[in-house]
Design a protein around this ligand. Structure first.
Ligand code: SF4
Ligand code: FES
Length: 258
């Protein structure tokens, strides 16, 4: 396949930025999108130019690193597919492809196609964990969990933290990511003791990191390579409301007791 690429080149968050045009020839339709970029980079290095920076790790659709926008869509044109799992057979010989970094105020560009998505880590650190007792490992089946609940929690846990939901949202909202992380723990008995504190603190962190609010566009769900449903946003909103009321009642009780 012969392709014309327009690749976003940018030296840093505030550096000069532009699309750079490249012609690539002889691309195998069996190669992945990242392998096609590898070939481009090989040619760039051979002629003494700097390679295009892009992030990747597993190349198996599970680490969430390969975040880039391809022809205007986060992770490209194929639904439920990360950029690393996108194959060149999705495109046609002679196609023109535009490749850009994810766009969001909370994801500054590091270089070219690489964005800093550490805001997600900070949301996770704000409460996306369960406190565990140390000591001998608990018997795996000691806490029976209803099959339906386990399935729901598993579906939410499928989020790989790629950020496509944020890039696709007109508000740059991280609600789908945060909701997936909050809900997968909230649904399990192990996550129950910190349920209220977790949702309050993760939502507060999400707001502090400059992510926008959700206005029900649904673009996040469309772009998500793991099929995370927006029903988890509704679940998180319910949890947030009940945690807020619980906190207000606790404060009122303390004031009365004084
Ligand atoms: S919810 Fe989907 S799109 Fe958003 S970070 Fe998780 S896997 Fe990526
Ligand atoms: S490189 Fe890990 S999900 Fe794409």
């Amino acid at each position: 396949m012969n392709l014309t690429l327009f690749v976003w080149r940018q030296k840093g968050a505030t550096g000069e930025a532009r699309f750079e045009k490249h012609e690539v020839h002889g691309v195998s339709s069996d190669s992945s999108f990242l392998e096609m970029l590898d070939v481009l980079n090989m040619h760039l290095v051979e002629r003494g130019d700097s390679p295009v920076a892009f992030a990747h790790d597993c190349r198996e659709g599970i680490c969430g690193s390969c975040s880039m926008t391809i022809n205007g869509r986060p992770h490209g044109p194929k639904s439920l597919t990360t950029a690393c799992q996108l194959h060149m057979r999705t495109f046609k010989d002679g196609d023109t492809i535009y490749i850009e970094p994810f766009r969001a105020a909370a994801f500054p560009v590091v270089r070219d196609l690489v964005t800093d998505r550490s805001a997600f880590d900070r949301i996770q650190q704000a409460g996306g964990y369960v406190s565990v007792q140390t000591g001998a490992a608990a018997e795996a089946n000691s806490i029976p969990i209803e099959k339906d609940l386990a399935d729901e929690a598993f579906d939410a846990a499928a989020c790989i933290g790629c950020g496509a939901c944020v890039a696709a949202c007109p508000n740059g909202s991280a609600m789908l990511f945060t909701a997936a992380k909050v809900t997968h723990l909230a649904l399990l008995p192990q996550g129950a003791p910190e349920r209220s504190r977790r949702v309050l603190s993760m939502v507060a962190k999400m707001d502090a990191e400059l992510f926008g609010g959700c206005t029900n566009h649904g673009e996040c769900q469309e772009a998500c390579p793991k099929g995370i449903s927006i029903k988890y946003i509704a679940q998180m909103n319910r949890d947030y409301m009940s945690a807020t009321l619980k906190k207000a009642r606790t404060i009122r009780g303390k004031v009365r007791a004084q």
